[in-house]
Design a protein around this ligand. Structure first.
Ligand code: NAD
Length: 408
């Protein structure tokens, strides 16, 4: 099948290479020329395990092409995946600027029947609104708009896309349903969990899933905060609680709160959508407020330990990305903690296996960056560990002790 994918970010690139790998001809469309040049040359503009090999193989085989021309992209594909960014806009609502721009191009340039699959996370009602817009723009072309939310995790995106726990296909259009089923068929060997529903339900499934994951994280963080005050060990608590199959062990790790490009903005968007619809989502409001406070506890603990005298101290920082196996630093608690410590006069020397280039774009030269995890410990008064990269899990404590000024 001929497919165009709009947006070559984490999601669009993974969707494109995986669909090319299963024999489709895929054209990637983006407005960012620099990104397109890198991709054309077989280089990835971000860190995502396994994707590079698929990218290079499918370029070699002639199944992956790249363009910045929306017209070319719209004309090329029988199926058009839209995977552009949908960042947070005003009042927590979603900024649909990029998505609408793609839809306007589809309306302008469509030359034959198109199935448009929205992969971006969009507020409930968006697919219906976009379909109406296309129909108003063009009476001579038939369009199907499918809500096809994506559930991949950065760091394991390719595996999640090619062996999905579930696929949600939101459409009531039989033609689109058949095409989407055919496209996903190669990825359905392990599980055939495809959920067909209408656009609105599919859009809500994505928000409800992320809101639930966020709830689990804020839940265990709240339990951890209580544990600390009453003498219980939250690690033992989470293991025993998570052993109950009704609860499950995943996403029950206490820490500095969730970040990333999805959970915070999707939770905010769902809260804003609920309020706009006249409902106050008090549970979701609390999930957010626990998270907003969580990273601050760590800073407060550091201040308490040093009795408020932080000025002039040096802190090493391990981890900058919002979670391991990614270079994504959007909404990363590590950056918030670094900024708070800098404001208190702490000098910071940071290390992350892959996220330093992205972190530099935000923190600039306010922070020193080390080449290795032990490099940054030299003369440090404390080490703050924020991202659970595998390499930080069993460090050489003797070496750390000999390098640090204070072993905190
Ligand atoms: P991203 O910011 O990494 O990439 C978005 C890309 O879209 C950029 O390359 C940008 O240049 C491009 N773009 C912007 N306007 C464009 C236009 N008019 N035409 C073509 N390209 C355009 O975003 P992402 O992390 O891949 O997320 C994309 C969507 O998928 C978002 O809605 C996000 O919420 C959702 N999502 C993300 C993840 C994730 O783990 N990152 C998981 C599930 C869903």
């Amino acid at each position: 099948m001929r497919i165009s994918v709009f947006g070559t970010g984490y999601v669009g690139t993974v969707v494109a290479v995986a669909l090319a790998e299963t024999g489709n001809d895929v054209m990637c469309v983006d407005t960012d020329e620099k990104r397109l040049t890198m991709l054309r040359e077989g280089r990835l503009p971000f860190h995502e395990p396994g994707v590079l090999e698929y990218l290079q193989r499918n370029i070699r085989e002639g199944r992956l092409t790249f363009t910045s021309s929306a017209e070319e992209g719209v004309r090329y594909g029988e199926v058009l995946f839209v995977a552009v960014g949908t960042p947070q806009g005003d009042d927590g609502l979603t900024d649909l600027g990029a998505l609408k721009e793609v839809f306007r191009s589809i309306g302008r340039f469509a030359n034959s029947r198109k199935v448009v699959a929205i992969k971006s996370t969009v507020p409930v009602g968006t697919a219906r609104e976009m379909k109406k817009m296309l129909e108003e723009m063009r009476k001579d072309v038939e369009f199907s708009v499918v809500s096809n939310p994506e559930f991949m995790k950065e760091g394991a995106a390719l595996a999640d896309f090619t062996k999905p726990a579930r696929v949600v296909i939101g459409t009531t259009d039989e033609y689109a349903r058949q095409i989407m089923t055919e496209l996903y068929e190669p990825f359905m060997r392990v599980s055939k969990r495809v959920f067909f529903c209408n656009n609105e339900t599919a859009e809500m499934i994505k928000y409800a899933s992320n809101a639930f994951l966020a709830t689990k994280i804020s839940f265990i963080n709240e339990i951890a905060n209580i544990c600390e005050r009453v003498g219980a060990d939250v690690n033992q608590v989470r293991l025993a609680v998570g052993a109950d199959p009704r609860i499950g062990a995943q996403f029950l790790f206490p820490g500095v709160g969730f970040g990333g490009s999805c959970l915070p903005k999707d939770l905010n968007s769902l809260i804003a959508q609920a309020k706009k619809a006249g409902y106050t989502p008090s549970l979701l409001d609390s999930v957010r407020s626990v998270n907003e406070k969580q990273w601050k506890w760590l800073v407060a603990k550091i201040e308490a330990h040093f009795k408020g005298n932080l000025k002039g101290l040096k802190s090493a920082l391990w981890g900058l990305s919002f979670k391991p196996e990614t270079d994504d630093i959007r909404e990363s608690p590590a950056l918030k903690i670094a900024t708070a410590l800098l404001e208190k006069g702490v000098k910071i020397s940071a290390y992350d296996p892959v996220a330093i280039p992205n972190a530099k774009k935000v923190l600039g030269d306010s922070v020193e960056y080390g080449k290795g995890m032990y490099d940054v410990l030299e003369g440090a008064d404390m080490l703050v560990v924020v991202t659970e990269w595998l390499e930080f899990r069993h460090p050489d404590f003797g070496r750390m002790h000999s390098l640090m000024r204070q072993p905190v």
